[in-house]
Design a protein around this ligand. Structure first.
Ligand code: S3P
Length: 189
């Protein structure tokens, strides 16, 4: 396992938890939505408004396909990134996929207080969010690790994710140490 990929429904805390987790591990942090906005030079809501969701998804998939982090990295995805099958395959190859699980009530509460999410905007926003939540949950559940974060602070969520992921990190370190020893022995011969 090389990297940690955070997935989950919009407003599940992927960016905040990912950034804090990377800091604790001393790893790099990459945020998909921020990469999209940087590359496009405009906000996600502007991309949706000017060019539509399909264009946003095209840009998103393009960026997923080009992700090649060198140093160990925590990658925070957007809520819809993992829904696309090709994105799913590419993200799964990067490392362990961790889903931050939250209840629909927490989602609705958080998106009401933030107008940056085009899919939650407008008079029919709540209904759209409820439908997306139902549709996407089965896909999120295919993540390698599911972590319940409802009611937890950012720090508590980070601790819970790390507790679940740590055995994989340890196994990975042991495997690379073994490979290094093997190479060193080979070089001695
Ligand atoms: C989306 C979630 C957003 C952003 C875009 C689409 C989605 O990211 O990528 O508005 O399809 O759920 P967050 O999950 O960070 O809100």
């Amino acid at each position: 396992m090389r990297h940690i990929v955070l997935i989950g429904f919009m407003a599940s805390g992927k960016t905040a938890v990912g950034r804090r987790m990377a800091a604790r591990l001393g790893w790099e942090f990459l945020d998909m939505d921020a990469l999209i906005e940087q590359r496009e030079g405009r906000a996600i809501s502007e991309i949706f408004a000017a060019d539509g969701e399909a264009e946003f998804r095209r840009i998103e998939s393009d960026i997923v396909a080009s992700l090649r982090p060198e140093a160990p990295t925590v990658v925070a995805t957007g809520g819809g990134t993992f829904v696309d099958e090709r994105n799913r395959d590419a993200l799964s190859k990067l490392g362990v996929v961790v889903c931050l699980m939250i209840s629909i009530d927490t989602v609705l509460d958080r998106v009401r207080r933030n107008d940056k999410r085009p899919l939650a905007a407008g008079a029919d926003g709540e209904e759209r969010v409820r439908n997306l939540y139902e549709q996407r949950m089965p896909v999120y559940r295919t993540a390698d690790v599911l972590v319940e974060t409802d009611g937890l602070s950012i720090d508590q969520s980070v601790s819970r994710v790390l507790a679940m992921v740590q055995p994989r990190l340890d196994a990975d370190q042991a495997a690379s140490a073994k490979a290094r020893r093997g190479r060193a022995r080979g070089a001695d011969r």
